[in-house]
Design a protein around this ligand. Structure first.
Ligand code: CP
Length: 324
């Protein structure tokens, strides 16, 4: 992300206006969002938390790339805060007839959409929209290429903090296709801001990132070394849709044998280590199915936290909007 894009996130008063990346978001605001999100959690089987803090506001969900969790949770989060939510079906929208992205945005602006939630496979689309919308509108990045997925980074941070808030003495191992992962990037940004003790990025060499993209992290290609005494293990899928050339990428059986998170490989981590996965999961490739469903897995907790964190972000953006 360019420095001006980091600055673009804040309004003239220094308040968060757009959420494009976790880079440039300080620990104080991260913790504030996490604590706000905790207040939106309710026990299973009870009524979901609700407020009217966004009543009268309209949120547009613009997903130009597939999504289950992020899109559904932004939709629920907006409705539970009393907003009107418009889910634009891109496959049946006029973008298929050649309408430019800005013409689509200006059309939604004219319909009084206040918050645009954007997912796109290309770099920089959320920032491009943020630069071109009216002053009262906010843009939230819901997943950008292999660059950034800030609300995923926040929900991952929230889930880790629920297990252990001693970030300085913690080892987190993220295992999988780090090179093409926006999830790893946003988790890394959030964890570094919180002063993480050790962040290990574990992958076969063909899927390893360049070190300059992850300052402060240790890049490892051996799973046993990467998982040794880790407090948190996060498995990632291989992002085949972003890989042009699969040369050197292990096949399924070889990958699972060498990099799969299983009951057997998890024995390298601490006995109370938690297992995370942002989804969608490929069982039997990056994670053993029974482990994903077992007591050490916090994968469904991540999903629950995803709604709460998006409520916290929308609530914060709405409050800041009211001060402009
Ligand atoms: N983790 C995540 O972004 O999942 P979706 O692609 O289903 O939104």
């Amino acid at each position: 992300m360019q420095p001006d894009q980091t600055k673009l996130q804040f309004d003239k008063k220094g308040n968060l206006r757009h959420l494009l990346s976790l880079k440039g978001i300080g620990a104080e605001l991260l913790v504030q969002l996490l604590e706000d999100a905790e207040r939106y959690l309710t026990a299973p089987g009870t009524l979901a938390a609700r407020s009217q803090s966004l009543a009268g506001r309209t949120i547009g969900n613009l997903f130009f790339e597939p999504s289950t969790r992020t899109r559904a949770s932004f939709d629920l989060a907006g409705r539970r805060l009393g907003a009107d939510v418009l889910n634009l079906d891109v496959n049946t929208s006029s973008r298929k007839k050649g309408e430019s992205i800005l013409d689509t945005i200006y059309t939604l602006e004219a319909m009084h959409v206040d918050i645009m939630v954007v997912r796109d496979a290309s770099d920089g689309v959320s920032a491009y929209i943020a630069r071109n919308v009216n002053d009262h509108i906010s843009v939230l990045n819901a997943g950008e290429s292999d660059i950034s997925h800030p609300t995923q980074g926040l929900l991952d941070l929230m889930t880790i903090r629920q297990h252990n808030d001693d970030f300085k003495n913690m080892a987190v191992a993220i295992v999988g296709d780090i090179q093409h992962s926006r999830v790893a990037m946003s988790a890394s940004e959030a964890l570094q801001t919180m002063g993480i003790g050790e962040l290990r990025l574990v992958s076969p060499k063909a899927l390893a990132p360049s070190a300059d993209r992850f300052p402060g992290a240790r890049i490892v290609d051996n799973l046993a070394d990467g998982l040794k005494d880790a407090d948190v293990v996060m498995a990632l899928r291989i992002q085949r849709e972003r890989i042009g050339n699969l040369d050197g990428v292990p096949g399924i059986d070889e990958y699972f044998a060498n990099y799969g998170i299983s009951h057997e490989s998890l024995a390298y981590a601490k006995p109370d280590a938690i297992v995370m996965h942002p989804g969608p999961m490929n069982r039997g490739i990056e994670i053993e199915g029974t482990l994903a469903d077992g007591p050490r897995s916090v994968i469904t907790k991540q999903v629950t936290n995803g709604v709460a964190i998006r409520m916290a972000v929308l609530n914060h953006i709405g409050k800041m909007m009211n001060t402009r």
